[in-house]
Design a binder for this molecule. Sequence first.
Ligand code: ADP
Ligand code: ASP
Ligand code: MG
Length: 432
Amino acid sequence: MIVCKFGGSSLADEKQFRKVKAIIESDSRRTIAVVSAPGKRDSGDEKITDMLYQCNALAQKNQSCRPVFDKIASRYIGIAEALRLDVSRLTAALDEVRQNIDAGRGTDYAASRGEYLSGQLMAQYLGWQFIEPAECIVINSDGTVNPLSYERLANLISDGGHYVIPGFYGATEQGVIKTFSRGGSDISGAIAARAAKADLYENWTDVSGMYAADPRIVPDAKVIDEITYTQVRELSDVGASVFHEEAIAPVIDLQIPINIRNTNDPDAPGTVIKATSEKSGIIGVSAKGGYSKLKLRKLMMFKRPGMRHAMLTMLHLYGVRPSFSFFGIDSIVWYFESSQANDSVLTSMIDRLKKDFRLDYVYYERNHAMLGIVGGHLEDDTSFITACAALRDAGIKINNVNYGSSNATTLIGVNDCDAKRAVEVIYRALFS
Ligand code: ADP
Ligand code: ASP
Ligand code: MG
């Protein structure tokens, strides 16, 4: 059987709902559908999930969420009316959600309602059974999947059954609604695929697969026909946001293949993600901005066992969790997401680090990005040198390089303002 997950743009309006139904009905092996909240209908539009976060922010300020919620409600009602679904049932569900948000049920509850309502509508539209994720998908406090989820979900489904499961959320072990990080419906799809021991996990989106570079930056980038689990994780970790990097873990043990497909072009073969691939050479390039960089130095630092660990513990106390590390003999560079700490938090953290560890220097900088070149073989591949030369010729400054720690990826730190151009320059140098 096939688990198919449909992303936000695949469910943005009634036309998209119709396309989804046609895709599902064109293959009887598609028996579990995981759905996102309606996304943008065009570039000027708003995602339902973004509006739900706005509703919650209003409620936190003790203001009614109604002005924003009314826009959400009219989108769902528009879909239900066009598809001739039960509008009075939907209106009652919408009222309950709005009241709960106004009553302060919190961020995760509010954000999760986009998928909940989408799932309710899709289940009715297909005539399939609705599965409530809060009853089976268990999310740990750090946002990771609790393996209890697989067994609990497996207990709710049976061979021959047809199910709709809202993506993006589940509940803590204590039963409180919790969401994954943004884009997390991909993870829900992977959980469903694992629980159902699916033959295939289809991930339907608005592009015809994973491209060798973000198609918004390189419009003529080619589609990757085949990629490994490891490579896709590394590419999505540095910004190839078409597939959530945490959505590999649930399917990797059973080696369930994933196929990224386009709801708007269902005949396109898309990208297949699997354990191994015969393909060699460079697969793709991507960049992710929004990082800050912490740089510190202390003479003989690496002669002091435990110091790095102690410093990381201190960083965690300030909410800073580095994503990338670069080590020199007496120095460290840590990249972390800028949203993790504001300037006043970082200033106090730096004061503490300096004092407690007697550092020679420590400072931070905003506006950095990380570029990843995925694929290729380290032993005989010259693409790294070609990429660096192309960056130099384009006048793009390289701040840090990590070559060799991962067999799959070379990481290059650049300034945020150069990131998009760097992707394009490297794509042209390595793929054209
Ligand atoms: P969905 O709502 O279906 O989950 P997403 O918006 O999460 O869709 O992901 C699809 C988008 O990912 C594409 O529209 C594209 O803009 C973006 N994207 C970024 N990098 C890549 C890439 N390397 N290949 C394909 N799409 C990419
Ligand atoms: N709706 C959620 C988001 O916008 C989850 C998802 O689409 O995967 O992040
Ligand atoms: Mg997505």
